[in-house]
Ligand binder design. Structure first.
Ligand SMILES: Nc1ncnc2c1ncn2[C@@H]1O[C@H](COP(=O)(O)OP(=O)(O)O)[C@@H](O)[C@H]1O
Ligand SMILES: [Mg+2]
Length: 396
């Protein structure tokens, strides 16, 4: 997806391209050639549409290697001088570094460190401790890590597609950006991003992530189930799912029928639409149950009074809201559809574009927020690490 900043500073989506990602499995590169081809095709299509050539990008990182942990750090406030115990930026940096000092295995790298809240002496739940007076400063942070090689392989594929990677961001954080309201992020909400190979789960509370997880199941399992049970090809099963799939039986009217193409010269057969749903519903229920199980630990410490927001391509399946309501035992379920961006036609205002829209949105915000360093006209030419440090704090 290509975004351009219009003269009045508004983000305009001017190009979109898609291609089947045959080189990925469960969000991880398993075939370099296929992945490079898929990226190149999608980028070319987006370039054609927008009429501009792209050389740098922001990429999403996903896959089952992703892990999120909560950590805390403590420092003594040094303040701004001997008699001034006012908390400064330096204290905040030190306390974040202290929280970051957890042992991360050699084969993993830190993707994001996001402050949740601070404790100043006995005062808990401080969002911004700057200029407060205190002796002891404690930070609570969420650290997201990923496998070094998985990230490197993804970056390598993008580079081989003649693009420079400026930044990367966890898929689910990008999706939160494009589909979750600020109120939902504060109240305690769950985002479930139903993708093809994976389902991303992230719990947001008080404006920051409390839990991130990537489940090794997605829409591909649903399609495979249909293919196996009905003895049809995966391609046909996918089309049947997209055209007639539903994961909540009560939504289907009596007498609704589906035509299954004949296999091996046999004539097509007509079956009740409920037969397809009876395959889809249990698998979708399983995916939601896995997500629900993963967040139980959070529920013990934090009441989640916001919404369950379902997004990703799988959110287009009729009945997801009803099914998720049952599994999560709440009526507060909605579909996450990306908001209204300039230039974006209705076709792209859809849950399957939530992640990529969030990436463009974040790249735009970081770019607007980044102050160009002296001698550098283009803020994007600054080294990645320095820039990431700069915007992490304002992330949510
Ligand atoms: N209308 C639809 N009904 C049911 N499933 C759909 C629909 N559209 C897309 N999907 C499913 O969504 C999945 C892809 O989701 P998407 O968010 O685009 O992928 P990813 O995030 O993994 O790149 C696929 O399994 C696809 O079958
Ligand atoms: Mg997606």
């Amino acid at each position: 997806m290509i975004g351009e900043i219009s003269e009045n500073g508004v983000l305009q989506i001017t190009g979109v391209g898609t291609s089947p990602s045959n080189g990925l499995r469960k969000g991880v590169v398993v075939n370099i050639e296929n992945t490079v081809r898929a990226i190149s095709q999608a980028v070319e299509a987006a370039e054609m549409m927008s009429g501009i050539e792209v050389s740098r990008c922001m990429i999403g990182i996903g896959g089952t290697h992703i892990d999120g942990i909560n950590s805390r750090g403590v420092v003594a406030v040094t303040g701004k001088g001997r008699d001034n115990r006012e908390i400064g930026q330096d204290d905040i940096n030190r306390v974040i570094d202290a929280a970051k000092a957890v042992v991360i295995p050699m084969d993993r790298q830190v993707l994001h460190v996001i402050p949740q809240s601070y404790i100043v002496d006995e005062q808990r739940g401080v969002k911004d401790p700057r200029n407060m007076i205190g002796v002891r400063l404690e930070s609570e942070v969420h650290i997201i890590t990923g496998s070094v090689t998985s990230v490197q392989n993804m970056v390598k594929c993008v580079n081989r597609s003649a693009l420079t990677v400026d930044e990367y961001m966890l898929h689910s954080l990008a999706a939160v950006k494009s589909v979750m309201t600020e109120e939902e992020r504060d109240l305690g909400s769950i985002l479930i991003d139903l993708g093809g190979g994976t389902t991303d789960v992230i719990v947001m509370a008080d404006g920051a992530p409390l839990l991130t997880a990537v489940l090794p199941v997605g829409g591909i399992q649903v399609t495979n189930d249909i293919s196996i049970v009905k003895g049809i090809s995966v391609e046909t099963a996918e089309r049947i799912k997209l055209d007639t799939g539903c994961c909540w039986l009560p939504l289907i009217e009596e007498n609704e029928e589906v035509i299954l193409p004949g296999v091996g010269g046999r004539p097509p057969v007509v079956i009740p639409r409920t037969e397809i749903s009876e395959i889809i519903q249990p698998r979708m229920a399983e995916i939601f149950s896995m997500a629900n199980e993963r967040i139980q630990s959070v529920r013990k410490t934090r009441q989640l009074s916001g919404n369950v927001v379902i997004t990703g391509g799988g959110a287009l399946l009729p009945g997801v809201v009803e099914l998720a309501s049952e599994v999560f035992n709440t009526q507060a379920v909605r579909i996450g559809i990306p908001g209204n961006f300039g230039g974006l036609t209705g076709e792209y205002r859809s849950p399957d574009y939530a992640t990529v829209l969030g990436l463009v949105l974040s790249a735009w915000e970081h770019r607007s927020a980044a102050v160009p360093e002296s001698g550098s006209a283009d803020s994007l030419s600054r080294p990645v690490i320095g820039r990431i440090r700069g915007w992490l704090k304002e992330f949510f």
